[in-house]
Design a protein around this ligand. Structure first.
Ligand SMILES: Nc1ncnc2c1ncn2[C@@H]1O[C@H](COP(=O)(O)OP(=O)(O)O)[C@@H](O)[C@H]1O
Ligand SMILES: [Mg+2]
Length: 380
């Protein structure tokens, strides 16, 4: 599953495609719309069979266009799309071994559940009997076989969603493409469907490519997250790495709850750098082997709010700042401390049980600190 993390954005050279390599390959995939919008810019990505990949990024960054090119609903300006080494680009959607679950999948209200599922096979020329048999088998897979004769309105929202999934699964696709599949659901159903969808994917062992702008959704569901911004891939990694080791400032900001400090290298001893910002805040970090920087070079870092400790440290210490509490935000399991120092904002997330001692402390000064190992040097 870890094979072929081929992209960290347009600058990275694409791995040359292996003939007949298993899985999906997007190679230098680009889409420019008439009028000049570059919606997808030189995307390189490999996805294995059985993998749950989430394309994550802000609205307009090119997620849907990427998915539509894979599904055959949009034609690339340049680049290739290979599934198991075979090009998909020339094939119309219904001839591709991919199936798309659209953002607003409408079930036919006057047809029964099983008839709705059968509809997925209509384009394929399968006989009526065979359609019914396959539809019932698929309903069994999603646990709805006993509800086959009901109408959609007699089902819960979650059950309707599963019917919609059964309708696409019945065609036996090699990859399922889902565009904001949980976007329209209320919060509680969303949380429930995350687990259901993920379990179903594991059970089926099928490649799922899921598009969302929701960070938490991507972290909770993906084997790997592809973070996009402005038509390009910014980072491809597993959820833990995306959350704790954002590659650049885009990813650190988009994932949220990161403190970003922008400065220059003031000391460099081997791979250990000390970075100083305009206010004299000093941060130390271990630079990666491929990211050595000299004294005087620009260097920005990120520290997760959850890695920040309140109290401790000494005045003027590296990895420590005296800050003023601006707002104490209680969120049940945790407290977000909104802080300011030298005109810059900082954020600390501490366990909810610290709320009684922090409540009402707006205006107080607190020293915050963090460990060097929690500092992430940003690429750009
Ligand atoms: N059919 C189209 N014609 C022109 N521009 C489009 C079209 N579809 C999408 N775009 C533009 O391409 C960019 C990427 O859109 P999209 O892939 O839908 O983003 P996302 O799904 O990440 O929100 C946006 O700037 C959008 O306005
Ligand atoms: Mg979209």
């Amino acid at each position: 599953m870890s094979e072929g993390i081929t992209s960290t954005g347009g600058a990275a050279a694409a791995a040359p495609p292996t003939p007949n390599r298993s899985g999906l390959d997007l190679i230098n995939l680009t889409k420019a719309f008439p009028g000049g919008t570059l919606a997808v810019d030189d995307v390189n990505l490999h996805v294995d069979h059985g993998e749950y990949v989430v394309l994550l990024g802000p609205s307009g960054c090119g997620k849907t266009t990427t998915l539509r090119m894979i599904g055959g609903h949009e034609f690339p300006t340049s680049g290739q799309i290979l599934l198991d080494g075979q090009s998909l680009v020339e094939l119309p959607p219904y001839k591709r071994p991919t199936t798309t679950v659209f953002q607003h999948f409408a079930l036919f209200p006057h047809r029964s559940v099983v008839e709705n599922v059968e509809f997925g096979l209509k384009m394929t020329g399968v006989s009526k009997e065979e359609r019914r048999k396959k539809a019932l088998e698929t309903l069994q897979m999603v646990g709805l076989e006993t509800l086959a004769e009901r109408k959609p309105r007699q089902l819960s929202g979650g059950q309707q969603q599963r019917v919609a999934l059964a309708r696409v699964l019945v065609t036996n696709p090699k990859a399922l493409l889902l565009d904001e599949p949980l976007g329209d659901l209320d919060r509680l159903l969303q949380l429930k469907m995350r687990v259901e969808l993920r379990n179903l994917q594991r059970q089926l062992g099928l490649m799922f490519i899921h598009v969302t702008h929701n960070q938490e959704e991507s972290l909770s569901m993906a084997d790997r997250i592809v973070v996009m911004n402005d038509a390009r891939i910014q980072q491809v990694d597993d959820p833990l790495t995306i959350a704790t080791r954002p590659r650049n400032e885009h990813v650190a900001r988009f994932m949220g709850d990161n403190n970003i400090i922008r400065g220059t290298v003031s000391e460099a001893q081997g791979s250990r750098l000390v970075i100083t910002d305009a206010n004299g805040v000093k941060v130390s970090v271990q630079a990666g082997n491929d990211d050595q920087r000299a004294v005087g070079a620009a260097a920005n870092i990120a520290v997760r709010a959850a890695a920040v400790t309140v109290g401790g440290g000494a005045a003027g210490d590296i990895n420590s700042i005296d800050t003023e509490i601006v707002f104490v935000e209680y969120l049940g399991d945790l407290v977000k401390l909104h802080l300011v120092a030298g005109g810059e904002r900082f954020l600390a997330k501490v366990p909810g049980d610290q709320y009684p001692t922090l409540r009402g402390k707006e205006g107080d000064t607190v020293r915050i600190c963090w460990k060097e190992e929690d500092v992430q040097l940003l690429a750009d």
